[in-house]
Design a protein around this ligand. Structure first.
Ligand SMILES: CC(=O)SCCNC(=O)CCNC(=O)[C@H](O)C(C)(C)COP(=O)(O)OP(=O)(O)OC[C@H]1O[C@@H](n2cnc3c(N)ncnc32)[C@H](O)[C@@H]1OP(=O)(O)O
Ligand SMILES: N[C@@H](CCO)C(=O)O
Length: 394
């Protein structure tokens, strides 16, 4: 069902960062699906999460271990129908998928490494706005993202009210909380204290592989709910191993698997830059606080929270839904925790479809509190948690 995509890279020029530093000659790589219409009013912006990329849907390939992170979302007849919409998915500033990041060449021709400046979610959105300018897109019909992609979607709606008609913020809050920053701290240390980090100037590698793997293990545990981990792995030893005789617990093996998987596909300096950007997220900074910032939104706002998300909690999403622009606060009913924004595609796509179908509501007639189904109608769990296969079956 997925449409053919185009991959391109756009030079967007110099970018003045929130810090005042200037990032020279920024490039943004991106994928598109469908066709921009003559009125240039059918564009949809899809924003990936922390370690995601522009490969929202598509085929597996040597560089693409998955068929996309929201498989089936985009294409002819798909929830974002490419017969109607032109979809843009940029790779984020600071990442390692072609958009300028720490492994990109600095003006001296060598990788930035330790000299890559601190970037914020606002800087990332600024780079995306420059891409939109270059593509001739003034306003997006919809901007949507989950997790850090949800942070950027919200920042888009607050920074550029005239450029976003509908906005879907999934599994994200209005500002990174102390709890979220706290979970990132040992991750940042794990990378930086790896002897192979060399202060960030480790290119061409191999770089701080162990530190990055540990960082991902910490992060991944926060991406899943305690209930899931307990029901799925219990106190089991990994198959063929006995934790009381030096072997691993199954949950330990699971986390190590995800740590090793990230190391194979991600640059450690990008992981640091993107994690610190995530920590910077605060739509209220310099705008009189979160409530004042949320009042700037003119887009039709949809907020989606995951019932079992212990990292970006439902309460964090409810703050965003306090915006007068919010038309629906949807609860993604799932035992899988934060990662449900990637796993529960049926519910997530339903939220996106409802947002796309929504007619703009005059501000005066909006409800004082968000409405809409608290739980989407068609929301079957993927499969019962207790019977999900564990390692032996994978
Ligand atoms: C927007 C973006 O983030 S785009 C990038 C996509 N995201 C990621 O890659 C993040 C990392 N991955 C994930 O977060 C999750 O795998 C998701 C969200 C993509 C999918 O979640 P789920 O389908 O529930 O997968 P789950 O968490 O069960 O992981 C499955 C993997 O764990 C492995 N596994 C399960 N149990 C064990 C175990 N005891 N020991 C070792 N490995 C194990 C499986 O073999 C499988 O491996 P594979 O992915 O290499 O095939
Ligand atoms: N699995 C997601 C979780 C963070 O939102 C990612 O790596 O981007």
């Amino acid at each position: 069902m997925s449409a053919a995509s185009r991959r391109r890279t756009q030079q967007v020029g110099d970018l003045t960062l929130e810090s005042g530093a200037v990032l020279e000659g920024v490039r943004v790589s991106y994928q598109t699906w469908g066709t921009l219409n003559e009125a240039r009013d059918n564009a949809v912006l899809v924003l990936h999460a922390l370690t995601g990329d522009s490969h929202v849907v598509g085929e597996r390939g040597p560089d693409q271990p998955t068929a996309g992170w929201w498989p089936g979302l985009i294409g002819p007849g798909a929830p974002i129908d490419t017969d109607e919409y032109f979809v843009v998915a940029p790779n984020v500033l600071g990442g390692c998928r072609g958009t300028t990041g720490p492994s990109s060449p600095a003006p001296d021709g060598r990788p930035y490494g330790s000299s890559f400046p601190t970037i914020t979610v606002r800087d990332q959105v600024h780079a995306e706005a420059l891409l939109a300018d270059a593509l001739g897109i003034h306003a997006f019909h919809l901007v949507v993202g989950g997790s850090v992609g949800g942070m950027r979607s919200l920042e888009w709606a607050v920074t550029y009210p005239g450029r976003v008609r509908r906005c879907v913020v999934l599994a994200a809050g209005a500002a990174a909380t102390a709890d979220q920053i706290a979970w990132s701290v040992p991750q940042l240390h794990a990378v930086r204290l790896d002897p192979a980090f060399h202060g960030g100037d480790y290119y061409p590698g191999p770089g701080p592989r162990q530190g990055l793997a540990i960082a991902r293990q910490i992060a991944h545990a926060t991406y899943r709910s305690a209930e899931e981990l307990t029901l799925r792995f219990g106190r089991d030893g990994q198959e063929g191993e006995d934790p009381l005789r030096g072997g691993r617990y199954a949950v330990q093996s699971y986390l190590e698997h995800h740590g090793a998987k990230l190391v194979r596909r991600f640059d450690a300096n990008s992981y640091l830059a993107l994690t610190e950007a995530m920590n910077s997220h605060d739509v209220g900074r310099g705008r009189g606080g979160v409530a004042a910032a949320l009042r700037r939104i003119t887009a039709e706002l949809t907020v989606g929270v995951v019932s079992s998300d212990r990292l970006f909690t439902p309460a964090d999403g409810e703050v965003v839904a306090g915006s007068p622009a919010c038309r629906e606060l949807a609860v993604i009913d799932s035992p899988y925790g934060h990662d449900a924004f990637l796993i529960e595609t049926e519910q997530v796509f339903g939220i996106i479809e409802r947002a796309l179908a929504s007619a703009p509501v005059p501000a005066a007639s909006r409800p004082a509190r968000p409405t809409g189904p608290a739980r989407p109608a068609a929301a079957p769990a993927r499969e019962p948690l207790l019977v999900r296969p564990t390692a032996a079956a994978y």
